[in-house]
Write a protein that binds this ligand. Structure first.
Ligand code: MEZ
Length: 578
């Protein structure tokens, strides 16, 4: 019944908001702003976003999903009917042949976003009272769920995950590229030669040697076992791609190169269900409980605003970074004023104040990463894997201007020096076919398509002769395996760009990852300024600092949350049962 009502609401909203002649007052209470919702597709979470202006929905898009290439048509059909033709109800969910799960996921995600806009929830809201458990995990993204599952695997324990947002997943929902690890079974099966030592060196070089070596080695050392752990839980990490700054292919992702984040969340969510782990959404932690300097739990705000105490033997902080807190970002790094962010709205860095009140230290807080290729208008991440699979960058004059596979700081700086501080990511049908996550961008209408290079140039305002010349020169260099202009290596020049149609995305750098954070040791203890741990307190993922140094390599963000999330869960469990 609820589903039927929601679908009906959905129809009315889309119909009313998109046709000015019709009665727009049928759905009351849509609040202006951007609202997200999630649904479960066949291959993972589907995250939809709606934009409400003056009480009407003006945009509805799927911002994250890892459905198969085939299922993309279903997504397009639903969104297209919802917006273009204004008749969502004509899309019977069951009627999108062969893609029922994907279709249901999209409709559920849109409905949840609508409810969020109305200040309502899909589930009945529970008001919790003071209680006790073994381990509290704060944050239900990839780090939090990895910690919870790893802790649960060690024995019979009551573990509760708290999430302030209405949906789980945090920034993990948006991650695309993949998970880095060296010396994995998957690499070996694909004949990729790699070593932990090489991975370590790449990370240190990419991070300008500001990284804490012990954290880096610990991360590198545990990464391959973590890939096996995820695979055992059902993750598909069978495709291995190349990311900027990595010497070899070591970024593990689902077959065909679909987005890692939604898939990972599906796997971890299923594992939490299997382990009977309780997840409470819309439960916001507002502080830590402590006794004589030892953490004893958290103070939590219920969805209705009342608060309760959750006492625990150990607390794991997995709240993510602060990339959506633009005031904090610009206070720490004034040069980032005016930049857009790729972060989910909950990435506000709430945990730092709680931890500081117990003497916890932070490090390298001003190390904030901008990602070179955010789509210029909607600020949607265009994964580095597109360049890894062969794309180039040109400026408004149609000229290449850097080694596209250099580290993110270098490529971002190069783009910012071009006209309007932006560039065009250019690729061909061969690259599109090689990476399924590009289909998401097609669904979002982010790709400009030309049947010839001249047509692409005319659609993007780039001088045609110049673009043709740049692409022809790049193709010649790719065939020779030598980039005389910018030093892109032969392995990094994956393929020629010769197969029509051709594509362009206008990109400009945006705030991506906050590399500084809580000071931690290799056992994920949160440290005080004197280097001693705060008893009972652990942290993992983007909320911590020191692993990535001055510049994180693509593919190490998701690796960090799973490797260190898992270690934090195991360490917290040991604390409970020494
Ligand atoms: O690790 C990342 O941030 C990453 C791989 C992003 C991306 O370009 O997909």
């Amino acid at each position: 019944m609820l589903a039927a009502i929601l679908t009906f609401c959905c129809l009315l909203v889309f119909t009313s908001c998109l046709n000015d002649d019709e009665d727009t007052s049928i759905i009351e209470g849509l609040r202006d702003g951007e609202w997200t919702g999630s649904g479960e597709g066949r291959s993972g979470n589907i995250i939809a976003k709606i934009v409400v202006e003056e009480g009407k929905v003006v945009q509805a898009i799927v911002v994250s999903q890892s459905e198969s290439v085939f299922a993309q048509d279903a997504i397009n059909t639903i969104l297209g009917n919802a917006i273009g033709k204004q008749d969502l109800m004509s899309v019977e969910v069951d009627g999108v042949t062969g893609a029922t799960l994907t279709s249901t996921g999209v409709v559920d995600a849109i409905n949840m976003a609508l409810l969020a806009s109305m200040g309502k929830q899909t589930d009945e809201v529970t008001t919790y009272k003071d209680s006790t458990c073994d381990i509290v995990v704060v944050g239900a993204g990839g780090a939090g769920l990895s910690a919870a599952v790893a802790a649960a695997e060690t024995g019979d324990m009551k573990i509760i995950v708290l999430e302030k947002q209405g949906i789980i997943g945090g920034n993990t929902n948006y991650s695309t590229g993949g998970i880095n690890a060296a010396e994995t079974d998957v690499q070996k099966s694909l004949g990729i030669e790699d070593s932990k030592q090489l991975f370590f060196e790449d990370i240190m070089r990419g991070g300008k040697n500001e990284n804490i070596p012990s954290l880096v080695w610990n991360f590198v050392d545990h990464a391959p076992a973590t890939i096996s752990w995820l695979t055992t839980m059902g993750a598909d990490l069978s495709d291995v791609g190349l990311m900027a700054g990595s010497s070899v292919k070591r970024t593990h992702r689902p077959k065909g190169g679909t987005a890692i984040g939604p898939h990972l969340m599906k796997v971890l969510k299923e594992a939490t269900t299997h382990q009977n782990i309780e997840i409470r959404t819309t439960n916001k932690v507002v502080g830590l409980l402590s006794s004589n300097g030892t953490v004893t739990g958290v103070k939590v705000q219920n969805a209705d605003g009342s608060t309760y105490k959750l006492n625990a033997k150990a607390v794991v902080i997995a709240t993510g970074g602060f990339g959506a807190n633009l005031e904090m970002v610009t206070r720490l790094q004034p040069s980032l004023g005016g930049f857009a962010t790729l972060n989910h709205p909950g990435a506000t860095g709430d945990a730092f104040d709680w931890v500081k009140s117990l003497g916890g230290a932070t490090i390298q807080m001003a190390n904030i990463q901008i990602h070179p290729t955010a789509e210029a208008v909607n600020h949607i991440l265009i994964t580095e894997a597109v360049r890894g699979n062969g794309a180039i960058l040109v400026n408004h004059a149609g000229k290449r201007f850097c080694n596209e596979m250099d580290t993110r700081d270098v490529v971002s700086d190069a783009i910012l020096r071009q006209q309007s501080g932006e560039a065009f990511l250019i690729f061909d049908q061969g690259v599109r076919k090689s990476l399924a996550s590009i289909e998401t961008y097609a669904n979002q209408h982010l790709l400009v398509q030309g049947n010839t290079i001249a047509e692409l140039a005319s659609l993007t305002g780039i001088p045609a002769e110049s673009l043709e010349e740049s692409m022809s020169r790049y193709n010649t260099q790719q065939k020779a395996g030598v980039d005389d202009d910018f030093g892109r290596s032969a392995t990094e020049m994956t393929a020629t760009l010769e197969t029509a149609p051709f594509y362009a995305v206008r990109v400009r750098p945006a705030i991506h990852h906050t590399m500084g954070g809580l000071s931690v040791d290799t056992e994920t203890h949160v440290l005080k300024a004197d280097g001693t741990p705060i008893p009972g307190l652990y942290a993992a993922g983007e909320v911590t600092g020191g692993l990535h140094g001055a510049n994180r390599l693509g593919g190490n963000g998701v690796a960090d949350i799973v490797v260190n999330g898992r270690l934090a869960g195991q360490a917290a469990a040991r604390h409970c049962n020494p």
